[in-house]
Design a binder for this molecule. Sequence first.
Ligand SMILES: *Cc1c(COP(=O)(O)O)cnc(C)c1O
Length: 396
Amino acid sequence: MTNPRGRFGVHGGQYMPETLMNAVIELEEAYDRFKDDPDFKRELATLFNEYAGRPSRLYFAERMTRDLGGAKVYLKREDLNHTGAHKINNVLGQALLAKKMGKTRLIAETGAGQHGVATATAAALMDMECVVFMGALDCERQALNVYKMRLLGAEVVPVTTGTATLKDAVSEAMREWTNRMADTHYCLGSVMGPHPFPTIVRDFQAVISAEIKEQMLEREGALPDVVMACVGGGSNAIGTFYHFIDEPGVQLIGCEAAGRGVDTFETAATIATGRLGIFHGMKSYFCQDEYGQIAPVYSISAGLDYPGIGPEHAWLHDTGRATYVPVTDEEAVQAFEYLSRLEGIIPAIESAHALAHAMKIAPTMRPDQTIVVTLSGRGDKDCVSVARYRGEELSE
Ligand SMILES: *Cc1c(COP(=O)(O)O)cnc(C)c1O
């Protein structure tokens, strides 16, 4: 699947300053050594099962299916994992790998704070030091997650450079890694950055599609017709796709955040509006302005407003193996409300982007066909912003 040095077609690679190459190479060698190591695999499986609560349920959304009138809709319940999202899969894997490498300190970037909280959680569990870089603007917007990270024992460093948001936090974390690679592992939050991160993060998230495959064969005696997920950097989506990439009968759909629309400047839909570029150590598609500078992005969902997409997705798009569709704030909010009322499940606003597209296509499919939508996370964290979107201010 991957060529040497982590290429996915023309995408991926290692576009790093010389100062970071040693860290990246050390990580690549360690991962090659441990990924098939029986002890490593056993310890990770125990963490997944005992701590994160895996396998996550595959839930048949019967009321939603009946209401939409078409394909059967199943929900892959990553929202039921410990800490409420798929991110725990990745951080447990990386924290364990870092520990095996003899590292004592984890650093991470975070946008909305979800990956920061997940990393701080793994660091607490494994008795590691933890420093999280977060845009100063995001620190203000996500005060609760800043509190949680500190409660879990992490140090949160507000980043004031650039737009003081996620992309600046990534840049700062990379800078910090350069300065202190001897005892520090950079726990990157999605399938992006230089090789080997897109491969490592994908492998840890691939548990999602491994379970879906087994659960669908057990429930339906067949593979799903469609699997779909929301795409920020693309980790829950690649996890959902991975074990189906070589199954041509399974359609793969990634749902990007269109924000206020792909014909506006307030969007984060990278495949729909981005161009080929090099940023944060990888070649892929990025939202850019007319001068090739990384464009500011917008979505109601803080977890999806990264201006790029992981290189394996860029390649799945180029080859036509996967399809990427934009979903607006309004459509996602409607899906957020719809699932809450119909199934009693409040989804993360990120996940609601995938649900919104499932609501569009299910009625166009036959009742003997199936769709699996990955619910990447739970929606408690989004209630205040969705209420505000609907014109209601909540207070404690
Ligand atoms: C972070 C996050 C995402 C986006 O990240 P990916 O790497 O694209 O999966 C999606 N859903 C939830 C609930 C998240 O916390």
